[in-house]
Each structure stands twice: as structure tokens, then as C-alpha cells.
Ligand binder design. Structure first.
Ligand code: ATP
Ligand code: MG
Ligand code: MG
Length: 383
């Protein structure tokens, strides 16, 4: 029997907004915790939203009072607040999972126990040049210096090409908790959306992600020229990694495909993810639909996660001028089979994700041909 559950969402950005779209279609009320008029709130008129921050304990308490289950569109939330409210309201995925995952170093230490392959890495204790130089000796150059926390869109990563780069790298990431990672010589980056339900771990097909300046630019579903054996292997690895954490919902798993066709985990996120936006047009159930269903214990027919037709997703990112993203959107209007999603975030800044476009077609080649004019426009407007 349908009992109109209320879902609380920490964060009202574009991911929250697309979750609300899914909840709306099922008459499920989604109460969003974020600043007023955030993208998710704009498409959901009711009095259950909470004004505040997902980093404030008081706001999380307030949200918990009005919800049956709480989830998050971002991993950088106050997990101590979630731990506290977990005695009164369901938190999905678990606050323990979010706490471990939000610190990329702890995430990797945890996953290591489960035998998940990853690039070799070392923790920094004092963030000194001497310490990093010593790590450089061990890992070799180039290596990636990374912030353990608050990382997104590559903001928190610094490529250290040689010992000479060390002062600049430490200056760029100063005052942050750091670790360094051995360079991964990948031939392709892959990603898998995993859906953890009360008694199952499901996955969407493996996709190819293309990052430019460490920000996701395009996603190809399925991954191009990747044999089915690798597609299956990547899905299995992603499910195994996500199984190491407690709780229900969508998890985004990023991986490197190396020259010898072996796979390495890059990182995972305890939430719906940019690499899964293509599922909105590419599958019967989108990652957002599946997340809502998973946290509410509603059925998810595994067949609904299969690829219906090849899809390419392109992010519309703030570019060189404040209206770059509008020009890109205008160009997208004339692309056949293109679905445009704008996030209503207001002013664009270089590197800010303003929307995305997904093109579907009978074949990947056809989808590539159709989206190419838009990729050309976007390339011209890069910041
Ligand atoms: P996200 O926005 O996905 O959360 P993030 O800021 O957490 O990104 P990562 O996913 O760790 O950062 O890295 C961003 C990108 O940097 C990767 O997708 C990859 O292209 C590159 N990268 C990260 N680690 C390595 C590595 N060890 N070797 C080579 N390239 C790397
Ligand atoms: Mg990340
Ligand atoms: Mg990443």
C-alpha cells in the first residue's frame, strides 16, 4: 500500500534537483535542506524544505523531524549530525558509509581491506617538501597530490611532474589533509553506477568518461570499443567496492582501464553521480529513479537498468564569458535527439556545471555524429 513517504535531501544543487524530478513523478514529497531557492527547491513547491546548510547540525536535526528517510546529494555533509538523527530517522546510505567515503584516503584504506585494486598511495603527515620528496622517491613521477577531503571536479588534485613542482603543489593545496597517489597510465576512464537495495547490489552498464582539466566533459554509454568482458568485469568490481559499505541508494564508481586491460578504482561517491546522468534518457529507470526506489525499498526490476540505446552526455560548463553556457544551450536546441537539462544555478563561473545534454541514437556512431557540432561549440567557449 502506497503511504506517501517523505524523503529528506541534504543539498539542493543539480543532483538534488534531478532527484526531486524523480520523486515528483511518484508523488513523493522531497524536503530539501539548502539555501533558499536552490535549484532543487525551485521545482518543488511545498512548505517542507529547510533553509540552512548540510554542514550544520541544527539544520540536519530540523530536516530529520519531517522525514521518513534522509539521503544526500553530496558527500561533504556533517556526518556527526547524521549519526545523531539516525536513531530517529532512516539515513541512506549509512552515515558510516558517507563518513568513510568523504575522506578519499580513508575510503581507499577501507577498500584495500576488500581487495579492491587502486593506485599505490601514501599519506602525508606534515605536508612538508621533505616528506613529499621522500614519497616522490617511492611512487615516482609524475604523481598526483590529492586533498583527502572536500575534493570535487579535480579541485583538490595537483599533478607533481618532478621534484621541482613540490613547493608549488604544497602551496596550491596548503592547509588541507593530503595524500599522494602513483600516476595511473590509463587508456580510458570508466564508470559504473551501482544501486544498493535492501537485498541486492545492482549495476548499470559500464560507461566511458572523458575528463578535461579534471572535470567530466563527456560520458559515452556504453564505453566505446570496450569488449563485453571488460564491461562485465568493471560492473563486478564496482559492485564489489560498493558492497564494502552499509546502506542503500546510488553509488558512483570511477575506474581506470589500464593498457593491459586491468582495472583500478579511481574513487567512489556515496550518491547519484555525473557519470550516471545519461541514464535519464538511456534507461527505463534513471539513477535518480533508482535511488529514490532503493532508499524506500520499492521494487527495481533489474531489466530497467539496461541500456535502451547508445547515449552520449555532454556537460554544459561555465566558460570564458558569463554567457558561454547560454550559447552552448542555444546550439543544443538544434541537435537531433538531444535532451537538455539546465540546472537554474544563476550566474555561470568558469568550470561551474550549469547543465547537461544527452543525445541518444540507434548506434554510437550516429550519436557521435549528431553531438559533434555541439562539442565543437563547447570547445570554442572553454575558459
Ligand atoms: P570528482 O569530481 O570526480 O569527485 P575529484 O576531484 O574527487 O573528482 P579524482 O576523481 O580523484 O578527483 O580525479 C579527477 C581526475 O584526475 C580523474 O578522473 C583522472 O582523470 C585524474 N586522476 C586522478 N587520479 C589520478 C592518478 N592517480 N593518475 C592519473 N590521473 C589521475
Ligand atoms: Mg571525487
Ligand atoms: Mg572523480
Amino acid at each position: 500500500m502506497w503511504n506517501s513517504p517523505k524523503v529528506g535531501i541534504l543539498g539542493g544543487g543539480q543532483l538534488g534537483r534531478m532527484l526531486v524530478e524523480s520523486a515528483n513523478r511518484l508523488n513523493i514529497q522531497a524536503n530539501v535542506l539548502d539555501v533558499e531557492n536552490s535549484p532543487a527547491k525551485q521545482i518543488s513547491a511545498h512548505d517542507g524544505h529547510v533553509t540552512g546548510s548540510f554542514k550544520e547540525r541544527e539544520s540536519v536535526r530540523k530536516l530529520a523531524e519531517s522525514c521518513d528517510v534522509i539521503t544526500a546529494e553530496i558527500e561533504h555533509v556533517d556526518t556527526y549530525a547524521l549519526e545523531e538523527v539516525a536513531s530517529k530517522v532512516r539515513v541512506e546510505p549509512s552515515w558510516q558509509a558517507i563518513r568513510t567515503i568523504q575522506n578519499k584516503f580513508n575510503q581507499k584504506e577501507h577498500l584495500r581491506k576488500y581487495g579492491i585494486p587502486m593506485a599505490d598511495h601514501r599519506e602525508l603527515q606534515n605536508n612538508t617538501p621533505e616528506e613529499l620528496a621522500q614519497i616522490g622517491e617511492q611512487l615516482g613521477y609524475p604523481m598526483m597530490l590529492k586533498s583527502k577531503t572536500m575534493a570535487y571536479d579535480g579541485r583538490g588534485n595537483f599533478r607533481v611532474n618532478s621534484k621541482a613542482d613540490i613547493p608549488e603543489a604544497l602551496e596550491a593545496l596548503k592547509d588541507r589533509p593530503l595524500y599522494a597517489e602513483k600516476w595511473a597510465y590509463f587508456k580510458m576512464e570508466l564508470a559504473v553506477m551501482v544501486i544498493k537495495t535492501k537485498d541486492d547490489v545492482l549495476s548499470y552498464p559500464t560507461v566511458e568518461t572523458v575528463q578535461e582539466d579534471s572535470i567530466c566533459k563527456t560520458v559515452y554509454a556504453p564505453a566505446r570499443n570496450v569488449p563485453d568482458a571488460i564491461n562485465q568485469k568493471a560492473q563486478a568490481l564496482a559492485r564489489k567496492a560498493v558492497s564494502a559499505f552499509e546502506g542503500k541508494g546510488a553509488f558512483g564508481v570511477e575506474m581506470f582501464l589500464l593498457e593491459d586491460n586491468s582495472l583500478m578504482l579511481c574513487e567512489l561517491a556515496s550518491r547519484i553521480h555525473n557519470s550516471g546522468h545519461w541514464t535519464m534518457e538511456g534507461c527505463a529507470l534513471s539513477q535518480f529513479d533508482s535511488h529514490i526506489r532503493a532508499i524506500l525499498d520499492l521494487p527495481i526490476p533489474p531489466k530497467s537498468l539496461e541500456l535502451l540505446q547508445p547515449s552520449i552526455m555532454l556537460n554544459i560548463i561555465g566558460g570564458a564569458t558569463p554567457d558561454s553556457h547560454l550559447k552552448a544551450t542555444e546550439a543544443a536546441l538544434s541537435i537531433p535527439n538531444a535532451t537538455i537539462h539546465l540546472y537554474s544555478k544563476g550566474a555561470a563561473k568558469p568550470g561551474r556545471k550549469m547543465g547537461h545534454v544527452t543525445v541518444t541514437a540507434a548506434t554510437m556512431h550516429e550519436a557521435e555524429t549528431m553531438i559533434q557540432p555541439l562539442i565543437d561549440v563547447v570547445d570554442e567557449m572553454r575558459a
